[in-house]
Design a protein around this ligand. Structure first.
Ligand code: NAP
Length: 460
């Protein structure tokens, strides 16, 4: 392999190279799509139980190499080792669920308007799926696409993020060990603008499942729209948590801090806006600031609470949002926690943020939390909805009417009452507006993207 056809993977905590991966070109994408297309009919022809067995073995192999796989994820994108261990466990749970899904593809039967005619629907594989994934969940993101695709009888070409290809390659290696026939899952590494574009535009791709930023999602959607192929887009978020008057503030703060700081705030479902009723806003602000001030920052392999950001540019972008908010009148209520040299940012809480500030409107993707004060629940709902994004929202309240009003009126794909934004491995997951397009992922609903619906009329 020539040097210009490989790429170094850099550990953000140490700035050291932890491996080299091939830098795929358009010709490699073509070979991967061709391999997938030729393997897919054979895979679709296997029995659902065989596909379930391969998935179950894959889950078992992931569990066996749990520590090793978690260490790889932490080394390539920086999150805490305990978070990476949790990510492996989550991936195992999602694969196990999808193993059962191979035997749960369902259809409907209809009473026929014509005597002697049977009418039913059935699910058939969508074909060859392009799966493009981000770096912030280097294990779960590819698994969430590969597992339902395999259950359905599809083949896959995966393009992991440039920063985190090692976890994806390891997953593919484990699939081979689990007995998956060659060619059914293929991985191409390299830059999104080149290899990702080549994959998205390849005429052999039947459907595109993309998780990443809204800007790239829009671009992919245009390309898929031109060719009329299905897309599943899982995009950014600007998730709000409303703390109502009379809420259990201590409990609300514990949930909010956890949901805002995990993965150093680099999660699509991270809470990044706290909308506080003015009667509890001072207490909310003081308690969150105290919790943030107690967080230690350091490499993901150390016993700390917050790791590095994925890169220096991600760190600088988040820091710029803080500076911009201060210039616009927001008040920093946290102290400046000690941080090591590298792409680290002290966990920061900004109070007296207004909904027009960039920090309240754009995805910061860092350990930065904004507090917006409101006089009532209606204003809180309006502020929560005053966003291009619509991924997750939370309300903390003891008032059933306020809980139901928020859950009913907030325009997000997922709503949580007295609960952070954690999802579960068998429950549909997705967003609306700038946060997503197409069928949700996770759980039984995944079949809506990974299969095609066929209607059958049978006359005797
Ligand atoms: P990103 O920059 O959009 O990249 C995502 C993936 O797309 C990467 O593999 C990237 O490759 C590739 N890509 C970039 N440009 C492309 C193009 N023109 N054509 C095809 N592929 C292209 O996002 P990210 O920074 O990796 O991830 C963070 C974003 O993901 C955040 O917005 C976050 O909210 C979102 N996210 C959403 C969910 C969800 O379920 N809704 C879950 C996790 C993350 P390169 O790495 O080589 O650029």
């Amino acid at each position: 392999m020539t040097p210009e056809r490989t790429q170094s993977v850099i550990n953000p905590a140490t700035a050291e190279s932890i491996g080299e991966v091939p830098l795929s070109q358009a010709a490699d994408v073509d070979a991967a799509v061709r391999a997938a297309r030729s393997a897919q009919p054979g895979w679709a022809a296997t029995s659902p139980s065989q596909r379930a067995d391969v998935l179950a073995r894959w889950a078992g192999l992931l569990a066996e190499v749990r520590e090793d796989l978690a260490a790889t994820a932490t080394a390539e994108m920086g999150k805490l080792l305990k978070e990476s261990l949790g990510e492996v466990d989550r991936a195992v749970a999602e694969i196990r669920f999808m193993s059962g899904e191979a035997l749960r593809a369902d259809g409907q039967t209809f009473p026929s308007a014509r005597p002697g005619t049977l009418v039913y629907t059935t699910r058939v594989p969508v074909g060859t799926v392009a799966a493009i994934t981000p770096w912030n969940f280097p294990i779960v993101a590819p698994v969430r696409k590969i597992a339902p695709a395999l259950a359905a009888g599809d083949a896959v070409v995966v393009k992991p993020a440039e920063q985190s290809p090692l976890s994806a390659l390891r997953l593919a290696d484990l699939l081979q060990k689990a007995g998956l026939p060659a060619g059914v899952v293929n991985v191409v590494c390299g830059r999104g603008a080149e290899v990702g574009e080549a994959l998205v535009n390849h005429p052999g791709v039947d459907a595109i499942s993309f998780t990443g930023s809204t800007g790239v999602g829009r671009r992919i959607s245009r390309s898929a729209g031109e060719r009329l192929i299905p897309v599943q887009l899982e995009l950014g978020g600007k998730n709000a948590a409303y703390v109502d008057a009379g809420a259990d503030v201590e409990r609300a703060v514990a949930e909010i801090v956890s949901a805002s700081i995990q993965a150093t705030g680099q999660r699509c479902t991270a809470i990044s806006r706290v909308i506080a009723h003015e009667s509890v806003a001072d207490e909310v602000s003081a308690r969150i600031a105290a919790e943030y001030d107690a967080l230690s920052v350091g490499p993901g392999t150390d016993p700390v609470d917050v790791g590095p950001l994925v890169s220096a540019s991600a760190r600088n972008k988040a820091a710029d949002y803080v500076e911009g908010a201060i210039a616009a009148g927001a008040v920093v209520v946290t102290r400046r926690t000690e941080t090591p040299t590298g792409p680290y940012l002290a966990p920061t809480v900004l109070d007296h943020v207004t909904p027009d500030m960039a920090v309240a409107r754009e995805e910061v993707f860092g350990p930065v939390l904004s507090i917006i004060r409101v006089p009532d629940t209606d204003t809180a709902i309006n502020v929560a909805n005053d966003s291009d994004y619509g991924l997750a929202g939370s309300v903390f309240t003891k008032d059933l009417a306020a809980a139901l009003a928020f859950a009913g009126e907030v325009d997000t794909g997922m709503v949580h009452v007295n609960h952070g934004t954690a999802s579960q491995p068998h429950v549909p997951f997705g967003g609306v507006r700038a946060s997503g397009l197409g069928p949700y992922s996770i759980g039984h609903v995944a079949q809506e993207f990974f299969t095609k619906l066929k209607v059958v009329y049978v006359a005797s």
